[in-house]
Design a protein around this ligand. Structure first.
Ligand SMILES: C[S@@+](CC[C@H](N)C(=O)[O-])C[C@H]1O[C@@H](n2cnc3c(N)ncnc32)[C@H](O)[C@@H]1O
Ligand SMILES: [Zn+2]
Length: 159
């Protein structure tokens, strides 16, 4: 596994393991690139640490294909969710290598020791209670456009 410069995996106050910055990152700076293995929806794999990607592989009709999964295999797999995150993850498709690329960008200055987070925007069917601790915590890790599809238990946790 490659070791990402300026980042460290630690026990997190949010959940399990998390990733902290070892140096300051400026707003707009690329914090890291994530290494991953690509899976398709019919593959048998564990999606716990996967980014869900758009259907970059086009159909024969040149339409967007089914979603793809990018199983993160570097420290990025331990970056936790927050409702008021300090990074966002961006992705694109490397047509030559037939795989995805993913990178994390600071949305504000990040100080050494600060835990990195991004907004998972989970679909309602995989949503989970959120423990990010932010004053702007939504209570549930979910894409808010799907909030009306949450189970009653999770809907009751929304703030
Ligand atoms: C990719 S893992 C992140 C690393 C995780 N902390 C670990 O130690 O394995 C994603 C899982 O971590 C947990 N997680 C991440 N952010 C969370 C948060 N803000 N609140 C509660 N659980 C969180 C959820 O169970 C989520 O499915
Ligand atoms: Zn939250």
């Amino acid at each position: 596994m490659p070791v990402l410069d300026g980042l460290k995996v630690v026990r997190s106050a949010i959940h399990g393991y998390g990733v902290i910055a070892l140096r300051r990152f400026e707003e707009g700076e690329v914090v890291c690139w994530g290494d991953g293995i690509l899976y398709r929806e019919d593959d048998d794999f564990d999606d716990t640490y996967s980014l869900i990607l758009p259907g970059y592989e086009l159909t024969a009709d040149k339409e967007e294909g089914p979603p793809l999964f990018f199983d993160l295999v570097c420290q990025t797999r331990w970056i936790n969710h927050a409702c008021d995150p300090n990074t966002y993850v961006d992705t694109d498709w490397d047509e030559a290598k037939k795989t995805a690329r993913a990178w994390w960008v600071a949305v504000r200055a990040i100080e050494p020791g600060e835990e990195l987070t991004y907004d998972y925007e989970f679909a309602a069917d995989v949503a989970e209670p959120c423990a990010c601790g932010s004053a702007r915590c939504r209570g549930v890790i979910v894409d808010m456009s799907e909030a009306d599809q949450l189970s009653p238990e999770l809907r009751a946790r929304l703030r």
